[in-house]
Ligand binder design. Structure first.
Ligand SMILES: Nc1ncnc2c1ncn2[C@@H]1O[C@H](COP(=O)(O)OP(=O)(O)OP(=O)(O)O)[C@@H](O)[C@H]1O
Ligand SMILES: [Mg+2]
Length: 343
């Protein structure tokens, strides 16, 4: 087959960029994916203008001389965030065919996995180091004052509970992630569940002087809203959001819980609190695992930074949506939007 027909015949067969390159690095032909990746003016230009790799000419000579395939990592000049694996094979006397495999997704997933392991290890190590330290101190001071011993034991208890909370949250997260694609079949009576959750937290609210006010705006004739889902999971969503509202709002402020019909005929539950608010740049990242606006402060309050990640996955599983609106020193609104059960 002539090189001219190559792209015409096989170009659309692959989703990745396929290029024909001469010995002078000039691109003589390219498929549609190449144009998507590198821009619309690739044919007739030098490959060096499109990908960043200092040893390009050497790789090409090696490929042409050895007649063996070569492979190297690179990035497109127009987008340094993409990770490409380039493969060249010889075609004819002084022409090579180049395949640019976009590895960005794999690269990012791998990075997420590494970050996750590093985060988990770090979060477990801090309480563990503290526990070991206190055990050693107590072992070396058998005649320690009773009051000191009580204080140390209290801290050890807190640290152990922090580790236990972290492990429970990790298990919750991995469970909901594993079956996120399965639409839950049970029925959830949302208003009753929401009232029950508020009730569970009422003692805590009383202690911090918070006033949780519920209001159903769906009109007087509205019946109990029903969605398809899992009771425990939806309760976990409300618990996490109310826990955050209590933790991150001004002491003794009002927390509003509203129930509404959204513009698209779905059920919206808004949890609104008055606090320091959240700057815009943090908002899209809040549902990432371990993401905390003020790490020190959140840890001090016993947070693991997994709450909203769990919330997000549970809502996804229920084919719903989580909307967050806030700004510095403005009220913060977390909206859980869920489709009503149709049968
Ligand atoms: N209502 C809120 N107002 C202001 N900031 C909030 C609010 N809710 C969450 N945040 C911010 O988002 C971060 C992530 O919340 P998330 O619930 O995932 O973690 P956490 O509360 O720190 O820990 P955990 O929920 O695991 O105990 C928090 O650390 C906080 O910085
Ligand atoms: Mg939380």
């Amino acid at each position: 087959m002539h090189e001219k027909d190559l792209i015409k015949t096989f170009g659309s067969l692959v989703d990745d960029a396929l290029l024909v390159i001469g010995h002078d690095l000039i691109i003589t032909d390219a498929n549609a994916a190449s144009i998507r990746l590198l821009g619309d003016k690739v044919i007739g230009t030098n490959l060096n203008d499109h990908i960043v790799y200092s040893g390009l000419a050497e790789e090409l000579s090696t490929c042409l001389e050895s007649r063996k395939p070569v492979e190297f990592p690179t990035t497109p000049t127009n987008n340094h965030y993409r990770h490409i694996r380039a493969r060249m094979i010889v075609w004819g006397k002084d022409t090579v065919i180049m395949l640019l495999l976009d590895m960005t997704l794999q690269h990012n997933l791998e990075k997420m996995r590494r970050d996750f392991v590093a985060n988990v290890s770090h979060e477990l190590r801090s309480p563990l180091t503290s526990l070991i330290g206190f055990v050693e101190t107590m072992q070396n001071a058998p005649d320690m004052e009773r009051a000191d011993r009580q204080r140390f034991l209290r801290i050890m208890d807190e640290e152990a509970k922090r580790m236990s909370r972290l492990i429970n949250d990790l298990m919750s997260l991995s469970k909901v992630e594993a079956d996120e694609h399965i639409i839950p079949e049970g029925k959830v009576f949302v208003k009753s569940l929401l009232m029950a959750t508020i009730n569970v937290l009422s003692n805590r609210a009383l202690k911090s002087g918070h006033d949780i006010r519920f209001h159903d705006y769906r009109g007087q004739k509205a019946t109990e809203p029903v969605i398809r889902g899992g009771n425990d999971e939806i309760m976990e969503v409300f618990q996490n959001l109310l826990d955050n509202a209590l933790k991150y709002s001004f002491p003794a402020s009002i927390i509003k819980v509203e129930m509404r019909d959204d513009a698209n005929g779905r059920l919206a539950i808004n949890i609104i609190n008055q606090g320091e608010g959240i700057t815009e740049k943090h908002i899209p990242r809040l549902t990432e695992r371990f993401y905390r606006v003020d790490k020190g402060r959140s840890r001090q309050m016993g947070g693991t930074g997994l709450g909203l990640a769990i919330v997000k996955h549970i809502i996804n599983k229920h084919r719903g949506e989580l909307k967050i609106t806030s700004a510095l020193n403005k009220e913060t609104v977390f909206s859980v939007i869920l489709p009503y059960a149709t049968d």
